[in-house]
Design a protein around this ligand. Structure first.
Ligand SMILES: CC(C)(COP(=O)(O)OP(=O)(O)OC[C@H]1O[C@@H](n2cnc3c(N)ncnc32)[C@H](O[C@H]2O[C@H](COP(=O)(O)OP(=O)(O)OP(=O)(O)O)[C@@H](O)[C@H]2O)[C@@H]1O)[C@@H](O)C(=O)NCCC(=O)NCCS
Ligand SMILES: Nc1ncnc2[nH]cnc12
Length: 280
């Protein structure tokens, strides 16, 4: 496996777009990831593999700079009006992804979460405000204020997986996480980021922490609430042990057998990598 691209902290304060691309690359190359596409297998996915993910990332990457620019251009707008400015960029980026993957949804959630982070970075830098984990997450939360109420609770729409799962289980998915200012990442991942010295083990531990608590709608859409609970309990058990790579490989086999893929947690791992490059 080629060397993982290392996120250069010196870039942190200047280029959120490049950090986002590097985070998606580091995420997909990280191995072994239970149920997910990585360098050893495709996990619970029959329609996706590593080459498809790399093609998807190549198609998405140029759009991260567009998200930052859109944020700079919308810097003076009230947050809620600004969100309306970024949606078309997000949808265009999704279309670029679908063109590169022949219609397979590889990074829809990742585009939403990282796109919002890049847009927020553009708004903050345009207003000469410092970029930090706190300022970026607060800006994303401000942009997404009321999003769950508007788009899930009041709309009653059931056009997407997330919208159907909200109506059925009250799960707010990617929207709820963004509206909270990535609270799951800030509470359960970033405080422990440097506990592991090895870079790969650090990312694997972060993924386990996310899988242990994240209400991942991918898991629910594939395995119901029982599937979500199974993954959360399994991740929690590993975290409470001196887990080794072989344990993750065994978990990967179990999730694949059960058709369970924590794609939402994989996205939040990329969000964690971007945020970890900034001061708290
Ligand atoms: C705002 C949207 C992105 C919301 O989409 P949706 O209504 O579908 O809502 P969610 O269920 O929330 O899912 C969206 C994707 O977000 C990821 N996700 C899930 N749970 C969470 C969570 N708790 N926190 C954060 N992120 C979460 C997940 O994405 C990843 O998994 C997908 C790949 O897995 P797979 O199982 O293969 O998915 P499918 O192909 O759907 O299943 P199969 O057919 O294979 O069985 C992949 O997307 C990963 O990224 C969720 O899938 C959207 O509606 C929207 O508005 N988009 C427009 C763009 C936009 O608004 N941008 C704004 C600023 S950029
Ligand atoms: N590595 C991965 N495998 C499957 N779904 C994902 N969503 C984001 N990253 C993923």
């Amino acid at each position: 496996m080629p060397g993982l691209p290392v996120i250069n902290p010196a870039l942190a304060l200047t280029d959120t777009a490049l950090l986002s691309e590097q985070a998606l690359l580091q995420e997909v190359w990280l191995t072994p990831k239970p149920g997910l596409v990585d360098a050893s297998n495709s996990g619970a996915h029959r329609d996706m593999d590593l080459p498809l993910f790399l093609a998807s990332i190549a198609a998405i990457a140029p759009w991260f700079a567009q998200f930052v620019t859109a944020g700079q251009q919308a810097a003076e707008l009230p947050a809620m009006q600004a969100l309306a400015q970024v949606r078309p960029v997000g949808i265009a980026c999704e279309q670029a992804m679908f063109s590169a993957t022949a219609g397979v949804n590889s990074h829809k959630g990742g585009i939403f979460s990282l796109g919002l982070l890049c847009f927020a970075a553009g708004r903050l830098t345009q207003r000469a405000l410092p970029l930090s984990q706190a300022s970026l997450c607060a800006e994303v939360a401000a942009l997404c204020r009321g999003l769950v109420m508007r788009e899930l609770q009041q709309s009653g729409r059931q056009a997407t997986v997330g919208e159907r799962l909200y109506q059925r289980y009250g799960l707010s998915g990617a929207r709820g996480e963004a509206q909270s200012g990535f609270a799951t990442v800030r509470r359960y991942v970033l405080p422990y980021w440097y506990q592991e010295q090895d870079a790969s083990r650090r990312l694997l531990a972060a993924l386990l922490r996310l899988m242990a608590v994240n209400a991942d709608t991918n898991l629910v859409s594939r395995g119901g609430l029982a599937g979500l609970r199974y993954v959360q309990q399994s991740a929690r058990q590993l975290l409470n042990s001196d887990w080794q790579i072989a344990d993750l490989q065994a978990m990967d086999q179990q999730l694949t057998l059960r058709n369970l893929s924590p794609g939402g947690s994989a996205d939040l791992l990329a969000v964690s990598m971007v945020l970890a490059a900034f001061p708290a």
